[in-house]
Design a protein around this ligand. Structure first.
Ligand code: 13P
Length: 691
């Protein structure tokens, strides 16, 4: 594993650990906003400031805290706004670590409430957990960009908004109804009596006795194992609990009748029939909007022989007030406030129990209506446990939250991937173009052959000169003319735009070769190029590879660049010998050159059957053999030289077919015969490079 992979793995591991912790912790708080509010209240109580802070503020804080935690967790999971989210998480955990250290040392609350009622940790366990999270938070805060994104930046807003709406909705719904997931010992299906039992063999609490004894005016402490002899006088003893015993999940549930104080816990829990318990920790602050419904239920109980009690921690005065405003005829009992708050997160809330087992729970907002009480509970749906199981609720969350986000992520990743592929293709194309542009020159060269008298030639050259001075061509332009034109044209031609070349030169340096023109003479006219190896010269003037080899060398010696023509005849093409032919022509005349000299050669592939016949090689045919020629050059001089060599196509090339030919990767331009004799035709071909 490389260092980089290791670094990324560690950072992303920290990120997932933080994300899962925050999501879990935010979610369990969000499904129980009142529970979280009570916990905040406990902290404020420990700080002695609870009485200054109104309940509504602690409730809002509870919803904000759980939503913030959940959102931070989800954002971290998706690596959304990596910089800011990792910073907030770091600050959040830093504050929490300080608080948990205080809790661990001072023990102001027995349970930190980090994971609501879902997971309970001791205060020191909580502190250690926070230290581990702190290390993870520092890691992601230092390298936020190493967190791999699950969703593109442009689509992050969907996750952000959807998550905020989801968690606020869950909080609001749990507040209106009851916690959607009940982690407390009083959940539906729980048997209260069983919850109070201590299983046989459970751990017992341990106590230690210390005895204070005195002898000769000296006081000393002794334990049982070193209890002194009778010369010591007993003064006092202390008993300290040194370890806790097993505490059952329900350990503080009792019901005392108001007035008589009679404990009726066992009566109620042992009753085989149905009992309704109206739970109100504080009657003073209980919601009284559903009083009629509560009274109706109480009457229904009287009619059907079910018990109905109101359990409250309120005193007689508040009970009297409640009775007078509601006309309540049911009995009131006292139970511990915290126990009542734990039983149901609603004030008031309604509990239906049978033989000590909790059958149903309702918040005051969702009390059953008259229709549901039309028949006795034994025959009614509400007399049985509800069908919506925990699995069903989890499935609902998956369906409404997890699944949409998964679909979004999948769609986003597919979109991002296709964009990446497209961009790569585009950059590849640009790269190819740049490479071609950089590596080798695009050229369109005209070969006038034996056409144009001096005046016509000058006129054509002037026209081309004016045309391309006014409108710069997109490629190198060369005109190769008969010898007689060279000196005159060289006088006015702007050779920065249009290069000038001859169509031939002698294979001798100088001397008695009547009618011949040497490479030196060509150069002296001001020309820079020379066409050599044209098929017409090979066939009509018997120019052999050996002669051409001489000519090439002389041209190069005189600083002329060579446009070297190769190509097969019709018969050779029909015999599928074109590759062999061009290879032999290269071998015979130019492949002896040094790489440095070869760089001054432009190759022109001209199939003889296409020259002046109107027949053109198809672009694919041409590309195939151009690629082959480039391969031969690569074999001889290496890939780089091959990439740098300009290879032109010649043979009935016109403005109409030039764009298709020039679009091929190995065709770098053309050597034009007939179509170079008119400025407009020639320009039409040159303009193919603009397309
Ligand atoms: P055409 O363009 O007339 O076919 O001639 C090609 C040629 O031989 C150029 O050298």
């Amino acid at each position: 594993m490389t260092k980089k992979v290791l670094k990324y793995s560690v950072i992303n591991l920290c990120r997932f650990m933080l994300a899962i912790t925050f999501i879990l912790s935010g979610f369990v708080k969000a499904v129980d906003p009142l529970g979280t509010q009570y916990k905040i209240g406990d902290y404020l109580e420990a700080l002695h400031i609870a009485s200054y802070i109104p309940d509504i503020l602690t409730l809002i804080s509870s919803i904000l805290l759980s939503s913030l935690e959940f959102c931070l967790g989800v954002f971290m999971l998706f690596a959304i706004r990596r910089h800011i989210v990792s910073k907030i998480i770091f600050v959040f955990i830093s504050i929490m670590t300080v608080i948990t250290l205080w809790i661990a040392i001072a023990n102001p609350v027995s349970d930190c409430g980090c994971f609501g009622d879902a997971i309970k940790l001791t205060n020191w366990e909580t502190f250690i957990k926070n230290i581990i999270l702190m290390a993870a938070a520092v890691t992601v805060w230092k390298y936020p960009l190493c967190m791999v994104r699950f969703i593109s930046k442009s689509n992050q807003w969907i996750v952000i908004n959807y998550t905020i709406i989801f968690i606020v909705f869950i909080s609001g719904y749990s507040l209106y109804d009851l916690p959607q997931f009940d982690f407390r010992p009083y959940h539906i299906g729980a048997n209260i009596k069983k919850g109070m039992e201590i299983p046989p063999g459970a751990k017992q609490p341990k106590f230690e006795n210390t005895f204070i004894m005195e002898k000769n005016g000296v006081r000393k402490e002794f334990k049982l194992d070193n209890y002194p002899d009778s010369t010591w006088k007993f003064i006092d003893s202390k008993t300290v609990q040194i370890s806790e015993g097993y505490i059952p999940p329900i350990h503080d549930f009792s019901i005392q009748k108001v007035g008589s104080g009679e404990d009726i816990t066992n009566n109620i829990l042992g009753d085989k029939g149905y009992t309704f318990l109206l739970i109100s920790p504080h009657l003073e602050t209980a919601d009284d909007s559903q009083l009629d419904q509560i009274n109706q239920i109480s009457e229904y109980c009287t009619d059907n022989g079910y018990k109905f009690y109101c359990l409250t921690a309120s005193t007689g005065k508040a009970i009297n007030r409640w009775q007078s405003i509601t006309g309540a005829e049911y009995s009131f009992c006292n139970t511990d406030e915290t126990t009542l708050k734990t039983i149901i997160r609603s004030n008031p809330g309604l509990l239906l129990i049978k033989a000590g087992t909790i059958i149903r729970k309702w918040s005051h907002n969702t009390l059953p209506d008259e229709k549901q009480f039309s028949k006795p509970l034994e025959h009614s749906e509400i007399g049985t446990m509800p069908k919506d199981s925990v699995t069903g609720k989890i499935l609902k969350i998956i369906l409404w939250y997890v699944l949409p986000l998964m679909v979004l992520t999948l769609a986003d990743r597919t979109w991002a991937w296709s964009r990446w592929v497209k961009n790569k293709e585009k950059s590849n194309k640009i790269y190819q173009l740049l490479k071609r542009k950089k590596m080798r020159k695009k050229i369109v060269a005209g070969n006038w052959k034996m056409n144009m008298n001096l005046q016509d030639g000058i006129a054509l050259a002037k026209e081309l000169n004016d045309t391309f001075t006014a409108e710069k061509p997109n490629c190198g332009v060369i005109i190769c003319t008969p010898f007689i034109h060279l000196a005159s044209i060289a006088q006015f031609l702007n050779q920065d735009i249009i290069g000038l070349g001859a169509e031939n030169c002698a294979d001798k340096v100088k001397g008695a070769y009547t009618g011949e023109v040497s490479a030196e003479m060509v150069k002296s006219t001001g020309a820079q190029y020379v066409v050599l190896g044209h098929s017409e010269r090979r066939s009509y003037y018997n120019e052999t590879p050996a002669i051409l080899k001489e000519k090439v060398q002389l041209a190069l010696d005189n600083n002329l660049k060579v446009i070297f023509c190769i190509g097969e005849s019709k018969e050779e093409r029909e015999a599928n010998r074109q590759n062999e032919v061009v290879k032999a022509e290269l071998d015979g005349s130019v492949f002896d050159l040094s790489a440095e000299d070869f760089a001054k050669i432009v190759i022109a592939y001209e199939p003889i059957w296409a020259i002046g016949t109107g027949l053109t090689a198809t672009s694919d045919q041409a590309e195939e053999i151009h690629a082959y020629i480039r391969n031969c050059i690569a074999d001889k001089y290496g890939k780089q030289v091959a990439e740098d060599t300009t290879i032109l196509y010649g043979g009935s090339c016109k403005a109409s077919n030039a764009p298709e030919l020039f679009a091929k990767p190995d065709i770098d331009g053309g050597l034009i015969g007939g179509a170079s004799l008119k400025a407009a035709d020639f320009k039409g071909i040159i303009d193919a490079w603009k397309k």
